[in-house]
Design a protein. Structure first.
Length: 458
């Protein structure tokens, strides 16, 4: 019996290796409804990191599938994935998982880019320019390296593993009519579930949820609203996902103070609830760390750019702060980070990324306050398909929150470069688990500023 996708992948990345007693090499992993694949440890860790888990040893029967269930890869498949598939016949043979691992330990481990490319390789042609069952509507540039791309990767990872067709449709401009038309376009192209990225889709979903009762909507970072902006009842064909961004902001700010920084900045994009939660969590983390160290000289400059676009005004604001002694700026707003990063590189400043691990963008990025949108998307899509192409009772018309408890908030530790010199990963994990267990409560209020003792220049 095939378990739901998120049940197969419910443990964190270290539990993957511990449960399978795997430190390097490869293991076979069948996911969803269609495929058996063999991934290197690097791929497994990437998959586990974005999905928050992997199957227990009890799922060995799932992995040990007969050879005739394997579909041949096309000749144009990339070289990195061809090397992985060369092991497939061995892995699919009638041998134990332990024997598969021992055989695979002799293979060369893939690095991150190759592993991610292999993981997202569309060798079955599931992507369609028009007409995919899962339709993604990004708000802005699809491959923005941050918000939209993270959601899209979740869609691709689920679809490619489960054998579901998918498409994405751009929003032409940024008006309500454009968001509405994008949904109508996806509906006209026979989408079964439409994934909408961000609060700018709230009004359009609110208007169309009852117009298309046969279509299911997955709304990320928002709820359906009416023309006036007031929230309305979530229809049974809509599921909403939100995150505890304040936890990620808290952890990033706290760790930066422990590292030794005392002058901080926060540049947010639009004053959306998710951005505000990041920022207010950041202030709370800085404040708690300053109190712990009995500091009275911590200062934070705080500003919203009013846009997610990388514009000159944001760069000039960041440059001015760096010139005035700011050491670390948390750039929170999708592509906005490009402006802050340029200022950091010109002024020898440090910055904190957002949403995804942005450390590969520059040595100037100390860490990132992340939220695993990809994981939440995969869990949601799995519920949709496991329930027969509709939201289950616990998802239909509901809004679910994802945070540290679900391994969806925090800062990156594995598969990244740890750039803290004065604080260890053990110290971070101790703090993380305090947040995860609720021993440290981070306020998610966005209507009023957090009460802190540090100096904040709004």
């Amino acid at each position: 019996m095939m378990l739901p996708f998120y049940e197969v992948l419910r443990y964190n990345k270290w539990e993957v290796l511990q449960l399978l007693d795997l430190t390097e090499g490869e293991c076979g992993l069948r996911i969803g409804t269609k495929r058996l694949r063999v991934f290197s440890a690097a791929v497994v860790v990437i998959l586990a990191g974005m999905l928050s888990g992997c199957a227990a040893v009890g799922q060995q029967a799932v992995m040990e599938q007969p050879h005739n269930q394997i579909q041949e890869a096309p000749e144009e498949m990339n070289t990195a994935f061809q090397e992985q598939m060369q092991i497939e016949e061995i892995a699919a043979a009638d041998v134990t998982i332990r024997e598969q691992m021992e055989i695979a330990q002799t293979s060369e481990e893939m690095d991150w880019p190759d592993a991610m490319e292999a993981l997202l390789n569309d060798m079955y042609g599931d992507y369609r320019e028009e007409g995919g069952e899962v339709a993604f509507l990004p708000d802005g540039t699809l491959m923005d390296g941050v918000y939209n791309e993270n959601i899209y990767n979740g869609i691709r990872m689920y679809a490619l593993a489960a054998g579901v067709s998918f498409s994405y449709y751009d929003v032409e401009e940024s008006t309500h009519e454009d968001y509405r038309n994008a949904i109508i376009h996806a509906a006209d192209n026979h989408a079964r579930v439409i994934v909408c990225a961000g609060e700018n889709f709230q009004k359009a979903v609110g208007e169309l949820q009852d117009v298309y009762p046969q279509i299911s909507f997955l709304l990320i970072d928002g709820v359906p609203i009416e023309e006036s902006g007031a929230a309305i009842e979530i229809a049974e064909n809509v599921h909403c996902v939100a995150f505890k961004e304040e936890q990620s902001g808290y952890l990033a700010g706290y760790m930066a103070v422990l590292e030794g920084y005392r002058r901080f900045g926060f540049i947010g994009g639009v004053e959306a609830a998710s951005v505000i939660r990041y920022g207010y969590g950041y202030l709370q983390g800085i404040d708690d760390a300053a109190a712990r160290l009995q500091l009275d000289d911590v200062i934070v400059n705080y500003w919203y750019a009013g846009t997610y676009a990388p514009e000159l005004e944001s760069q000039e604001k960041a440059s001015g702060w760096y010139d005035s002694g700011t050491e670390v700026i948390f750039a929170c707003g999708g592509p906005l980070y490009e402006s802050v990063l340029q200022a950091a590189e010109e002024k020898d400043g440090i910055m904190i990324g957002v949403d995804v691990d942005q450390s590969r963008e520059s040595e100037r990025i100390l860490t990132s306050a992340i939220k695993d949108s990809a994981n939440a998307v995969i869990i949601s899509l799995d519920d949709f398909y496991a329930a027969g192409g509709r939201w289950s009772e616990s998802y239909a018309g509901k809004r679910r929150l994802y945070g540290a408890k679900e391994n969806c908030t925090g800062i990156p530790v594995t598969d990244t470069e740890w750039r803290f010199e004065n604080v260890t990963t053990d110290e971070y994990y101790k703090l993380f688990h305090q947040v995860r267990r609720g021993e440290i409560e981070v306020s998610d209020a966005v209507e009023e500023r957090p009460q802190v003792s540090i100096t904040v220049n709004y």
